[in-house]
Design a protein around this ligand. Structure first.
Ligand SMILES: Cc1cc2nc3c(=O)[nH]c(=O)nc-3n(C[C@H](O)[C@H](O)[C@H](O)COP(=O)(O)OP(=O)(O)OC[C@H]3O[C@@H](n4cnc5c(N)ncnc54)[C@H](O)[C@@H]3O)c2cc1C
Length: 462
C-alpha cells in the first residue's frame, strides 16, 4: 500500500513481535489469516498485534488504551461471522498461545486458547481420556469454550464449558486473574457462554477430563431428500427415545456431498459412545434397523470407529478455502416442523454445497447443570444452516438465502441462537437473543464491572 515504506515500525515494549499497522506490507496477509472463513469481512483493524505469551498482553492493552483503540481478540479465527475483525480496533492475536499439558494422573489438562481440537484430541487418545471437543478438528478451544461448546457426545456430557474448572484471564485494567467457582465466580459464570462478547482475554483453561469411551460405533443412511417425511421423522422419534450417549444428526444437503447419485439428500448419522462394543451396538440397534433401509441410496452398517475418524469425516465437510455464512436456531417448535421447513429451504439453495444440520438434542435438557453458566439451551429443537459457496460474485445471493431462510424457519420470530455459531451480522438482536433476558442483563452488568471503560469490543452487530 502506498506510503507504508516511510513509516517507522511500531514496537510495543515487552512485546516480541513487530506490530502490523493498516497500510503495512504484511497487514493484509495478517488480516486475512485472522479469519479462517474464505469470506473475509470488510472490516479493518488499525493494528494487529500477535503475542508470544500471556505475559505480553498487559502491555498490549496499555498501548491500546494510550492510543484510544478498542481491543478485539482472536484465538483460532474460526468464528463464522469473523467477530474478531473490528473496524479501527487493535486486533490481539493469541494464535501462538498453544501450550497443551495433559495430566493423566489428575485427569486434567491445561491448555492455551489457540490449541485445536485436533491437538488436544490426539493427546487425550494417547492417555485413553476424552473431552467433549467440537466437531471440527481445526477449531481452537478459546472461542469454543467461551461460547459453551457443543461437541462430540455433548448430548450426554453437556456443553464443553461445564468441564472448565478454572480460567486465567487478563482483564481490561491489565491484571492477570484466575476465575473458578470459588475465585471471581462472576467472571467465571460469564466465561462459560458469553462467547464473542467476553470482556477479558482468556489465556489458559484448566479442563476436567473424562474416561475414554470403551467403544464408539457409528451407522449412517442417505436418502433422497424427498423421503424426509417419513424417514426423517422416524429418525427423529427414534433418536429422541434413545439414551443420551447416542449422538444423532440429520443433514439436509442441496446436492449429494460424497454420496452416490445427484440431487438433494437427507443423511442420518448416529454414533454411540458406550463402555463396550456390545453396549454401543445395542444402543444403535433401533437406528441401525431402519425400516426404510431399502430406499437408501447409500448406507454404512454399524461399525467401530474412533474420535480421529469422526474428526476426519467432519474435516472433509468444511474445506477451509470455501466461503461460509452460518446461523443457528433454537426453536420452541418441534423438530418435525423444523425438518419440513429445512427441506423446503434447502430446495431453494443457490449453491449445491449448502446444507442444514439438525443435531438431535445437542445438549441434554438439564436446567440444573446449566444454572451456573451464561450458556443456556434455549429451545425444544435446534439446527444450524450453512450457506457454502466458492465464487465471490455469489456472496449476496448466498447470504440472502441464509438470512431469508432463517426468517422462514422462525416465522413468528420467537427463536433463539447459539452464540458460538450465530450469524451476528444478520441483526442487532442476534447476540441478545442468544441468551435468556436475565442472563443478557447479567452480562451487561458484569461488562460494566470488569470493563468499565469499554476497552474490549462487545458483540458484533451489523
Ligand atoms: C469448521 C467449524 C466447525 C465448528 N464446529 C463447532 C462445533 O462442533 N461446536 C461448537 O460449539 N462450535 C463450533 N464451531 C464454532 C466455534 O466454536 C466458534 O466459532 C468459536 O468462536 C471458534 O473459536 P476461535 O478460537 O477460533 O474463535 P475466534 O474466531 O478466534 O474468536 C471469535 C471471538 O471469540 C472471542 N475470543 C476468542 N478467543 C478469545 C480469548 N482467548 N479471550 C477472549 N475472547 C476470545 C473474541 O470475542 C472473538 O471475536 C465451529 C466453527 C467452524 C468454523
Amino acid at each position: 500500500m502506498s506510503g507504508s515504506g516511510n513509516r517507522s515500525p511500531i514496537v510495543i515494549e515487552g512485546v516480541e513481535e513487530e506490530v502490523s499497522r493498516r497500510g503495512d506490507p504484511d497487514y493484509e496477509r495478517k488480516r486475512a489469516e485472522a479469519v479462517w472463513n474464505g469470506l473475509k469481512p470488510e472490516r479493518f483493524p488499525e493494528l494487529i498485534v500477535r503475542v508470544a505469551s500471556a505475559e505480553e498482553i498487559p502491555q498490549v492493552l496499555a498501548h491500546a488504551r494510550e492510543q484510544g483503540l478498542r481491543v478485539s481478540m482472536r484465538s483460532g479465527g474460526h468464528h463464522w461471522s469473523g467477530s474478531q475483525l473490528r473496524e479501527g480496533a487493535l486486533l490481539l492475536d493469541l494464535s501462538r498461545l498453544q501450550h497443551c499439558d495433559v495430566d493423566p494422573d489428575s485427569s486434567t489438562a491445561v491448555v492455551g486458547p489457540a490449541v485445536t481440537g485436533r491437538t488436544l484430541g490426539a493427546e487425550l487418545a494417547r492417555h485413553r481420556l476424552a473431552f467433549p471437543l467440537g466437531h471440527s478438528p481445526a477449531v481452537a478451544l478459546g472461542g469454543y469454550l467461551l461460547s459453551g461448546g457443543l461437541g462430540w457426545n455433548s448430548r450426554e456430557l453437556g456443553p464443553a464449558c461445564s468441564y472448565v474448572e478454572e480460567i486465567e484471564a487478563v482483564t481490561a485494567d491489565g491484571r492477570t486473574v484466575r476465575c473458578s467457582e470459588n475465585e471471581n465466580p462472576d467472571l467465571f459464570w460469564a466465561a462459560r457462554g458469553a462467547g464473542p462478547g467476553f470482556f477479558a482475554v482468556a489465556t489458559r483453561f484448566k479442563l476436567r477430563l473424562l474416561p475414554h469411551p470403551g467403544s464408539i460405533m457409528s451407522v449412517s443412511f442417505t436418502f433422497p431428500l424427498s423421503e424426509a417425511d417419513p424417514v426423517g421423522n422416524w429418525a427423529l422419534h427414534t433418536a429422541l427415545e434413545r439414551p443420551p450417549n447416542i449422538e444423532v444428526s440429520l443433514v439436509l444437503t442441496a446436492a449429494a456431498r460424497g454420496v452416490s447419485g445427484p440431487g438433494p439428500r437427507l443423511r442420518i448419522a448416529a454414533s454411540a459412545f458406550a463402555p463396550s462394543r456390545q453396549e454401543a451396538a445395542d444402543a444403535l440397534a433401533p437406528l441401525a434397523n431402519c425400516p426404510f433401509a431399502s430406499r437408501a441410496v447409500d448406507s454404512e452398517s454399524p461399525h467401530p470407529t474412533t474420535f480421529r475418524d469422526l474428526y476426519g469425516g467432519r474435516a472433509a465437510t468444511w474445506p477451509p478455502e470455501q466461503r461460509y455464512a452460518v446461523d443457528t436456531l433454537w426453536s420452541p417448535e418441534p423438530y418435525e416442523t423444523q425438518l419440513a421447513r429445512s427441506a423446503h429451504l434447502i430446495d431453494r439453495a443457490p449453491s449445491p454445497d449448502s446444507y442444514v444440520l439438525v443435531p438431535v438434542e445437542p445438549v441434554a435438557p438439564d436446567p440444573d447443570g446449566l444454572r451456573h453458566m451464561a450458556f443456556s439451551d434455549l429451545g425444544s429443537s435446534y439446527l444450524t444452516a450453512f450457506a457454502v459457496w466458492d465464487d465471490p460474485a455469489d456472496d449476496e445471493a448466498n447470504t440472502r438465502w441464509l438470512r431469508q431462510g432463517m426468517d422462514a424457519l422462525d416465522p413468528q420470530g420467537i427463536g433463539s441462537h447459539y452464540i458460538g455459531e450465530a450469524d451476528l451480522g444478520a441483526g442487532s438482536s442476534r447476540a441478545r437473543r442468544s441468551f435468556t433476558p436475565a442472563d443478557w442483563e447479567q452480562l451487561r452488568l458484569l461488562r460494566e464491572r470488569w470493563d468499565p471503560t469499554g476497552l474490549f469490543e462487545g458483540y458484533l452487530t451489523p
